[in-house]
Design a binder for this molecule. Structure first.
Ligand SMILES: Cc1cc2nc3c(=O)[nH]c(=O)nc-3n(C[C@H](O)[C@H](O)[C@H](O)COP(=O)(O)OP(=O)(O)OC[C@H]3O[C@@H](n4cnc5c(N)ncnc54)[C@H](O)[C@@H]3O)c2cc1C
Length: 276
């Protein structure tokens, strides 16, 4: 049984961090039990009618309840990463990318819903077995050398991972963001270099990778979002961001000898498509 459970939450605060990011604070009963694992552990944010949200939060099994709501065309669910937690206050933060040119329901809610609006957060609970690993793709194994590549949607995941790296780690964290004010402090061991690429300055992560990438993105027409989770050995490559962008990096990594078994390559969203 998964350690994930629904929490009925409300939007208690919103802070604009930069041009791209809005930090939302969610509060609610028992949020102190949300797993302290962080890293790239995923959570789900569900929007809908207050009555439906309550039903889902109280359900013994949240997923079948969600499927019923979804089938009835009620409710929206998207995936996020926790950027901060204050168990003593029953609060968690999520840094949401606002993308007005292709506005989606959850980024719009994060940016403009009235404080007090309700939602359901589905997250791993520290009271349930398996919460340390459920929903975590980061599996470096014994790797000392790491390469992390993230776009803005995976910035929080990459920074959470970077700050948890063992002191002896070496390698690079490459993060591509839309604007210069999206760049933030990343704590990591001395042997790990953090490199930012700012898109509106014409910078791209591809030029800073240790292998050559020919295309900025590859078309991704598959039914399911790109997702491949391997485990590190001597080295470990972790890539998360827009699916076509991640696919182009994956192709180049493969040509350079990186195997699926020793890498994690994940589409966090897909250009032109809404994803759960
Ligand atoms: C494991 C995981 C962790 C994630 N963590 C975070 C996180 O911490 N913060 C975060 O902001 N996102 C995160 N994402 C990505 C997030 O789930 C998607 O961006 C999601 O699609 C946003 O939902 P929406 O309702 O705003 O847009 P949707 O309804 O899903 O999409 C509407 C339109 O917006 C486009 N779109 C979606 N996202 C973006 C974007 N970022 N930039 C530009 N256009 C976009 C779509 O292509 C589509 O055309 C994560 C995804 C995964 C899988």
């Amino acid at each position: 049984m998964s350690s994930y459970r629904p929490y009925l939450v409300s939007l208690v605060a919103r802070h604009r961090l930069s041009t791209t990011f809005v930090r939302i604070t969610l509060g609610g009963p028992e949020l102190s039990t949300v797993s302290p694992t962080l890293l790239d552990q995923r959570v789900k944010l569900v929007l809908g009618e207050p009555g439906d949200l309550r039903t889902m939060a109280e359900a013994e099994e949240w997923f079948p309840t969600w499927r019923t709501l979804q089938a009835a065309g009620r409710g929206v669910m998207r995936t996020y990463t926790i950027s901060g937690r204050r168990p003593e206050m029953d609060e968690v933060d999520i840094d949401v990318v606002v993308h007005p040119d292709s506005a989606g329901p959850v980024s719009t809610w994060a940016d403009s819903a009235p404080l007090g609006s309700s939602a359901v957060l589905v997250a791993a609970s520290s009271e349930r077995e398996g919460h340390e690993t459920d929903g975590v793709a980061w599996r470096p194994g014994s790797a000392r050398e790491v390469l992390l590549v993230a776009d803005e949607t995976a910035l929080v995941a990459a920074t959470m991972i970077a700050r948890a790296l063992p002191e002896h780690s070496t390698g690079r964290v490459l993060i591509e963001v839309p604007h210069a004010d999206d760049v933030r402090e990343v704590a990591c061991p001395a042997g790990v270099e953090v490199i930012w690429a700012v898109r509106d300055r014409g910078q791209r992560v591809q030029s800073r990778l240790p292998f050559r990438v020919d295309r900025e993105r590859e078309e991704d027409e598959s039914d399911t979002l790109l997702w491949s989770e391997g485990e590190g050995r001597d080295s470990y490559v972790w890539v998360a961001g827009e699916a076509g962008w991640a696919r182009a990096i994956a192709t180049a990594a493969k040509q350079a000898g990186v195997t699926r078994e020793t890498s994690a390559i994940m589409g966090y969203w897909r250009l032109g498509r809404a994803e759960m």
